[in-house]
Write a protein that binds this ligand. Structure first.
Ligand code: C5P
Length: 302
């Protein structure tokens, strides 16, 4: 194994869940999902450089809210890969954050996938794609998708991926809320809201998959669905006003992104994206707006 001495930078996209069908809680506490992931063109970058010890630094929006110790998922990615290959995880990982922190857009998972690919390249471990995907699944339910990108159906707890065809470009506006939402807390609220009811088996909607494949934004808008949305709105009722502001401004559809609190607005074209973004900002119902297209490629060495 030869360690490369030049820094390796990996760019990795955010995601939105165009469908998040959630089943009942399993004995292990996770929920079976039919999770239709779509990668969107908002990116973090992780640069890996050889170092005397494992060290993490970060720059960008809200980086004061991410841990810079070994609890950061990017550090755990380096440790897991190093342990499997019998080497020390001596690397400096620098994270340039552009994906909203704790926003339901898989920013932490993206950084983990990027760190894994960057370290794998730096250390020339020769790990297969399947081994990398295995490590991703160990790190978290959304991490394999961050590596793969594009669009995919995630079964199990979201880690068992089947790539999906996408027949065109979809345009999005994202409204970033104040503060984050904890994913376990949102799943816990889902359990509380569905207690005593029969939670159906999660299934991907055929009309949603057809809309993706056709690149048909109007059909996709009609099929967008997030079973975690009632839970996210219950924990953060102010998001209702954000969803309404974007819809009133002409978005084709609005939904909470994953476990939130970022809200996602599907729009018909780039011009409409600009209008909806301006209206959302003017509404005062969010802290920041971002415009992005999908699909986007997964983690890539630059
Ligand atoms: O897999 P990950 O570490 O991202 O999951 C974070 C938390 O989200 C889990 O501890 C669990 O509470 C919840 N979760 C879940 N079912 C899933 C994925 C996540 O309940 N399929």
């Amino acid at each position: 194994m030869t360690t490369i001495t030049t820094p390796i930078t990996v760019r990795v996209p955010a995601k939105v869940n165009v469908q998040l069908a959630v089943g009942a809680a399993r004995p292990d506490g996770f929920h079976d999902l039919a999770n239709v992931f779509l990668a969107v063109g908002l990116y973090d970058e992780v640069t890996a450089t050889p170092a005397d010890t494992l060290r993490i630094t970060a720059e960008g929006h809200d980086v004061d809210r991410i841990p810079l110790d070994r609890t950061n998922l990017a550090a755990r990615a380096a440790e897991l890969l190093a342990a499997r290959h019998g080497i020390e995880p001596h690397v400096h990982l620098h994270i340039r954050k552009d994906i909203p922190v704790a926003g339901g857009m898989a920013g932490g998972s993206a950084d983990a996938a990027a760190a894994l690919l960057a370290c794998d390249t730096l250390w020339s471990t020769g790990a297969s794609r399947d081994e990398l995907l295995d490590i991703c699944a160990e790190l978290g339910s959304d991490v394999p998708f961050s590596l793969v990108g594009g669009a995919a159906l995630g079964r199990g707890r979201g880690e068992l991926l089947t790539p999906l065809p996408v027949g065109g470009t979809f345009h999005w506006v994202f409204a970033v809320a104040d503060g984050g939402l904890s994913t376990p807390a949102v799943y816990g609220e889902f359990d509380r809201l569905t207690a005593g009811t029969e939670v159906p088996e999660p299934e991907a909607a055929p009309e949603l998959l057809a809309a993706l494949e056709a690149g048909d934004a109007t059909a996709l808008a009609a099929a967008l669905a997030n079973d975690l949305q009632p839970a996210a709105l219950s924990l953060r009722p102010s998001l209702t006003a954000t969803l309404e502001a974007g819809t009133a401004a002409g978005a084709l559809a609005a939904l909470v992104s994953g476990s939130g609190p970022t809200t996602a607005f599907l729009v018909k074209d780039a011009e409409s994206a600009g209008e909806v973004a301006a209206a959302l900002l003017a509404s005062g119902t969010c802290r920041q707006v971002r415009v992005a297209d999908s699909p986007a490629v997964g983690a890539r060495v630059l």
